[in-house]
Design a protein around this ligand. Structure first.
Ligand code: GAR
Length: 226
């Protein structure tokens, strides 16, 4: 198989890769990303924040940053709608932003196969553990219960599974004896906030390729890149 470039094109400073950040919670990762994009003139930019809930801190942060927001709730007109209907509305509202890459940052819903088939290799996620260890919604709780002394964070392509897509980059984070979920989460987020802008830069530079052997990131250093 020929190698496939993740993200679709090589971006430039004048035409940065247009990202939609999807979130469901506090949005600290989105805020760190937007700060990095603005302070370092990166090759990617957040053109819209998409939330599946109202009243969350992530939306407040986006508004303070002046990033456009879309709120598309799962429930609609008093009833719940299917995942596909929900996503169709997200995509329809997102159209005007000419999004090229979907960046999940604490988005706590699985995307449907239909969505992913339209966005193949153009959806990334950050997860607060060293995958494949501790996937799912309660990574820190399970890390602490396991008594492991190391955890981490992972940026991966999104497929139909729960945190199962191709891993692009990971960082290791220590777990301390007196940690609780909140101290551990805060330590992991420090690494997440460095890693995500870095991986998006590799994608925007056209350096991330899928090959028969997995993923290759041209010129990237480091043992945790696999
Ligand atoms: C982050 O730690 C992110 O890795 C995690 O949610 C947090 C969002 O924090 N994502 C998942 O657990 C996805 N499985 P934030 O809203 O402050 O950026």
């Amino acid at each position: 198989m020929d190698s496939i470039s993740v993200g679709g094109r090589t971006a430039t400073v004048d035409e940065p890769l247009r990202c939609a950040v999807f979130l469901s919670g506090s949005g600290s990762g989105m805020e760190a990303l937007v700060h990095a994009q603005r302070n370092q003139t990166l090759l990617h930019q957040t053109v819209v924040v998409v939330a599946n809930k109202t009243g969350i801190e992530g939306l407040e942060r986006a508004r303070r940053l002046g990033v456009p927001t879309l709120v598309v709730e799962q429930n609609h007109e008093g009833g719940s709608r299917s995942r596909e209907e929900h996503e169709a509305e997200i995509l329809s509202q997102m159209k005007e932003y000419n999004v090229e890459l979907v960046v999940l940052a604490g988005y706590m819903r699985l995307l449907s196969p239909l969505f992913l088939s339209d966005w193949t290799n153009r959806v990334v996620n950050i997860h607060p553990s060293f995958l494949p260890h501790f996937p799912g919604a309660h990574a820190h709780r399970e890390v602490l219960a396991s008594q492991t002394t190391i955890t981490g964070c992972t940026v991966h392509l999104v497929d139909e599974g729960m945190d199962t897509g191709t891993i692009l980059a990971q960082r290791i984070v220590p777990v301390f004896k007196d940690d609780d979920e909140s101290t551990l989460s805060a330590r992991v987020k420090v690494e997440e906030h460095r890693l995500y802008p870095q991986v998006l830069t590799w994608i925007a530079e056209g350096r991330v390729h899928l090959t028969e052997g997995g993923v290759s990131i041209v010129g990237a250093e480091g043992p945790q890149v696999g």
